[in-house]
Design a binder for this molecule. Structure first.
Ligand SMILES: *Cc1c(COP(=O)(O)O)cnc(C)c1O
Length: 473
């Protein structure tokens, strides 16, 4: 317990400050939503007990499926996939089964825009499909002419389009309905990646734009906590044409009439955490989930309005607005030796988790505040980024050393800041307390920079060598 607590103390979590990870939707995970997960009535049931013992769970599944269908505009839901990526896999398998039921075994081409999340092409390859990349224009939208040309060229073998809406660039693409239509006209189905559902719930839906199937990241939009990647739930919702194919299970009856095989071990995936999303929807109600969407969009556009005085914001919609997230372009500072990573690391000194870095565009950060953050918190976050912009200016104007400054040296660790020697060309104060509000919320990083590139490419074992045990003996 002490070891785990020690690790927890070193972690910057949502209990400290906002985590603006774009596309990840790091929103409030309310205690009231989480508590029932620990109740023995829910936590002590094995997934394969006789069905008559799971009446309560069944009721919650049914109600939750109905809510998710209403939210997406679809008619059937499978609560089986355990993650967004697994939902993509399951959804693509239902599309495959649909084509095969019509005798179209050869349809194996999936169109995917270049801005897509990496899981999209990965899932397509896992179900045995061939990926054709569709271009995006300079505003980040799908290049409709390119889509048209590719959908037409591959019309005899087209299986599906995978599209994220609002786009991974954080924009509501105005041509989305036309995009879905083009794919249908050429014999394909539309898979909508629902990870950005936080910008849609109550306002629009995948069915509204003309998609056939989507997954929902319950660990994003619907409040399941997911620091460090899990646990998650990625149910899929489908329209009538795909409903017969939603996943079944060999031991427990579930899924459609011509169900594809199970995609998870358990018939309803990680069932106990569905309680969190159920409570989220139940407690917010119809008006509440709509208000959450509206605040998420408002908060993103508030940040955009503040930051665009000093930063360039990449990609906005026709009305100059973002959806629920925005991309800050930091590439212009590279010529001065300052990169997006330096800004992400410097935010830690201010007590904030880094936003999404270099996705979907290298050299940028993507910010998603969610509806959960108050105006005070949004302002502190913007103040930090504006002050960082001043620090960048010091480098540009030559006031600060281009190779030895608060940005490239960030984050400043507790050990470094309390050491008896300090040889950096700026003060400890400037390193540790760059703005007055930081004093009240100071987070002390324990570890400085690591070489990410090296770490990604080399397996490093930190276990002591076996000879060490020998010596102890
Ligand atoms: C998070 C995300 C996914 C994948 O979801 P996982 O649960 O991490 O597998 C897919 N697409 C987009 C756009 C996402 O943000």
């Amino acid at each position: 317990m002490r070891y785990l607590k020690k690790l927890e103390n070193r972690d910057l979590s949502l209990t400290h400050s906002m985590i603006a990870l774009g596309s990840c939707t790091m929103k409030l995970n309310a205690a009231t939503e989480l508590i029932p997960v620990s109740w023995p009535a829910f936590s002590s049931i094995h997934p394969f007990v006789p069905v008559e013992q799971t009446g309560g769970y069944r009721q919650i599944f049914e109600e939750l499926e109905a809510y998710l269908c209403e939210i997406t505009g679809f008619t059937a839901c499978s609560l089986q996939p355990n993650s967004g990526a697994q939902g993509e896999y399951a959804g693509l398998l239902t599309i495959k089964a649909y084509h095969e039921a019509k005798g179209d075994h050869h349809r194996n081409i999936v169109l995917i825009p270049s801005s897509a999340h990496g899981t999209n092409p990965a899932s397509a390859v896992m179900v045995g499909m061939k990926v054709i990349v569709v271009k995006c224009d300079e505003r980040g939208n799908i290049d409709v002419d390119d889509l048209k040309a590719k959908a037409f060229k591959h019309r005899d073998n087209l299986s599906a389009l995978m599209v994220t809406y609002p786009s991974t660039h954080g924009v509501f693409e105005v041509e989305i309905k036309q995009i879905c239509e083009i794919v249908h006209q050429n014999g394909g189905k539309v898979y909508m990646d629902g990870a950005n559902m936080n910008a849609q719930v109550g306002l629009t839906s995948p069915a509204e734009i003309g998609a056939d199937v989507c997954h929902l990241n319950l660990h994003k939009t619907f409040s399941i906590p997911h620091g460090g990647g899990g646990p998650g739930m990625g149910p899929i919702c489908v329209n009538d044409s795909l409903a017969p194919f939603i996943p079944g299970h060999p031991l427990v009856k579930t899924g459609g009439k011509s169900a594809i095989p199970a995609v998870s071990s358990a018939p309803w995936g990680s069932a106990s955490i569905l309680l969190i999303s159920y409570a989220y929807i139940k407690m917010l109600g119809r008006e509440g989930v709509l208000a959450a969407t509206q605040y998420a969009i408002l908060n993103a556009n508030y940040i955009k309005a503040r930051l665009e005085e000093k930063y360039s914001i990449l990609y906005t919609g026709e009305q100059g607005r973002a959806a629920h997230e925005l991309i800050v372009d930091l590439r212009e500072y590279k010529a001065h030796g300052i990169e997006a990573e330096d800004i992400a690391k410097r935010l830690m000194d201010y007590g904030f988790h880094a936003p999404t870095l270099s996705f979907p565009v290298a050299g940028t950060i993507m910010i998603e505040p969610t509806e959960s953050e108050s105006k005070d918190e949004l302002d502190r976050f913007c103040d930090a980024l504006m002050q960082i912009r001043e620090e960048i200016e010091e480098v540009i104007t030559g006031k600060a050393d281009p190779k030895n400054n608060v940005l490239v040296n960030a984050p400043h660790t507790l050990g470094q800041l309390t050491s008896d020697t300090w040889e950096l060309p700026y003060s400890r104060q400037k390193a540790a307390y760059p703005l007055p509000f930081v004093r009240a919320i100071k987070f002390w990083p324990h570890v400085g920079r690591v070489n990410n590139g090296f770490g990604d490419r080399n397996l490093i074992c930190t276990c002591p060598p076996i000879e060490m045990y020998e010596e102890v003996e």
